[in-house]
Design a protein around this ligand. Structure first.
Ligand code: TPP
Ligand code: MG
Length: 533
């Protein structure tokens, strides 16, 4: 006989879970008791459930299995909502485990501790599925189902709720074998036909393809078709951005606009084709072939000519097989050469704007295999467009729901997944103070990386919007702590810089050490990139 919590922990472990983020509570200590006895799962104790959920999201994006966060009933659970929204629309496989009232109290409105009416309903909009355990359930089956739902198809968060009187219940559970999911047959004939007729097709790759580990397939397909590749911000680097067919973020201006206007067929692979990235920018996608795992994002902003729903990696493999012996038309080579001639990578943009010099400093200091986790801060917006990424996760943005406050805790999660790889967080003074106390988490768990806090003493982006729309700023100036003294008080290292060279030197020093660093960058970037380049 084992307790429900022991079975849950055993199942998580058998499904490859190595790290769990969370905060213990009277309602989930039964689960913590099982975790205490499981030496192979590392628990990272956090200071806020919102940060813990961003950490689980950062971890989940690493591709090392689901990012698991454990919260308590009611207030603890509800703090996870906003971070789960980001994870949901960034297709990040987070497993949120939470407690609830005793099973026989749920839904009765008795006024029990931490009670919230219909707790799981809160999570319906921000998860792939909400799963509530009950007495009599096969725990192994439900927990396995929760994990596999998070990581399969289009990945995304799953909510798993356990009534708190269930944790310590002893049950005798017979093993079960995972049911095999069968994929519906898919038909690529239309896609092949259209691609054969195309003069110059373009490929758009979304963050889903990145999570599905499709870098190799994307490169082979792009080379076989000799098609330019554009990505959403989260997939930047899936084709190294110094590859001759990589043209960066779909939202960029310059050559990217020419590509949108010139290409006659679009092959979209695992992209949401978000309104903010496409429609709002006046982009049209003629003859769209939409490859996706399910139909949720199909025909939302663009009517597709051909829709192919199925296991996308496998479907791309089929295209590779079909096209590998078909010669590329001469005209396409000429068109792509013309695109190349118009392309202005970061190394060729003149230094006339401060942001370009700072992006160069970041790129020079961060090794090719490094990961830059960016918040929705002004320098971050420039990074999405101009910071070249040479690998999947070379840049990690919060573009699912565009929150601020993501990049510091998410970088903690990513660094927990990749302790040996260089990770840097770039965040504004406003966003950093959402979760700055997680410096304690870093020091407590020996997690060290540089967090660059851009101190413009403002909610700068909002100040810019107020000035452009109303001619004046209001309630956007920030009173800040002494960031260095703040970081030092936790035992982290700290440095304040105000030049690109200063930033580069501080980052190199920080990246060479295993310690936690706060680099305060005293600079402001009052003009966002939109329409500027
Ligand atoms: C959770 C959340 N709250 C509010 C916003 C609105 N918002 C967008 S940018 C921004 C200012 C961010 O300030 P800071 O982090 O200092 O970066 P800066 O704009 O100054 O570069 C705010 C408040 C948001 N995107 N997300
Ligand atoms: Mg700011």
């Amino acid at each position: 006989m084992e307790t429900v919590s022991e079975i849950i922990v055993k199942t998580l472990r058998s499904m490859g879970v190595q790290t769990v983020f969370g905060i213990p509570s009277i309602h989930n200590i039964g689960f913590y008791e099982a975790l205490r006895k499981e030496p192979h799962i590392r628990h990272i104790l956090c200071r806020h459930e919102a940060s813990a959920t961003h950490m689980a999201d950062g971890y989940a994006r690493s591709g090392k299995g689901p990012g698991v966060v454990v919260t308590s009933t009611g207030p603890g659970a509800a703090y996870s909502l906003s971070p789960l929204l980001e994870a949901f629309y960034s297709c990040s496989p987070v497993l949120m485990m939470t407690s609830n009232l005793r099973e026989n109290q749920i839904g009765k409105g008795l006024g029990a501790l931490h009670e919230v009416n219909r707790q799981h309903d809160l999570f319906e909009s921000v998860t792939k599925e909400t799963i509530c355990l009950k007495r009599g359930d096969s725990i192994t089956e439900k927990v396995s189902y929760a994990v596999s739902t998070a990581i399969s198809g289009r990945p995304g968060p799953v909510y798993l709720e356990v009534p708190h009187d269930l944790w310590d219940v002893e049950i005798d559970e017979t093993t079960f074998s995972n049911r095999e999911k069968r994929n519906a047959p898919y038909d690529l004939a239309g896609a092949k036909r259209l691609l054969k007729k195309a003069i110059t097709p373009m490929i758009i790759v979304g963050i889903e393809a990145m999570h599905a580990g499709m870098a190799a397939e994307i490169q082979v397909l792009a080379e076989i078709l000799h098609a330019p590749v554009l990505t959403d911000a989260g997939a930047k680097g899936i084709l190294p951005e110094d590859h001759p067919l990589a043209f960066g973020n779909v939202t960029n201006g310059g050559v990217v606009k020419t590509i949108h206007k010139t290409c006659d067929v679009t092959l979209s692979i695992g992209s949401r084709l978000r309104y903010v990235d496409f429609k709002r920018r006046g982009i049209s996608l003629p003859q769209l072939i939409h490859f996706d795992w399910d139909e949720t994002w199909v025909d939302k902003n663009f009517k597709s000519t051909i829709t192919c729903i199925g296991p996308v990696k496998e479907m791309v493999g089929m295209l590779i097989n079909e096209f590998k012996r078909i010669p590329v038309p001469r005209e396409r080579h000429d068109t792509v050469n013309r695109f190349r001639g118009l392309h202005r990578p970061l190394s060729e943009i003149p230094d006339e704007h401060a942001e370009i010099s700072y992006l160069r400093a970041l790129r020079d200091a961060i090794p090719r295999n490094g990961m830059l986790v960016i918040d929705n801060t002004l320098l971050g917006y420039f990074a999405e467009q101009f910071y070249p990424s040479y690998k999947p996760l070379g840049i990690v943005p919060a573009k699912g729901a565009t929150p601020i406050g993501f990049a510091f805790p998410a970088a903690i999660g990513l660094k927990a997944a990749y302790p040996e790889e260089p990770v840097v967080s770039l965040i504004g003074d406003g966003g950093f103070l959402y979760g700055a106390v997680e410096l304690a988490t870093c020091l407590q768990h020996g997690i060290g990386f540089p967090v660059v806090v851009v101190n413009d003493r403002a909610y700068g982006m909002i100040d810019y919007l107020q000035h452009s729309l109303y001619g004046a700023g209001y309630q956007t100036s920030l009173f800040n702590p002494d960031f260095s003294a703040f970081a030092l008080s936790f035992g982290a290292k700290a440095r304040a810089v105000d030049t690109p060279d200063g930033l580069k030197a501080a980052l190199k020093e920080a990246l060479a050490s295993p310690e936690m660093w706060l680099i305060e960058l005293n600079a402001s970037f009052p003009d966002p990139p939109f329409g500027k380049y």
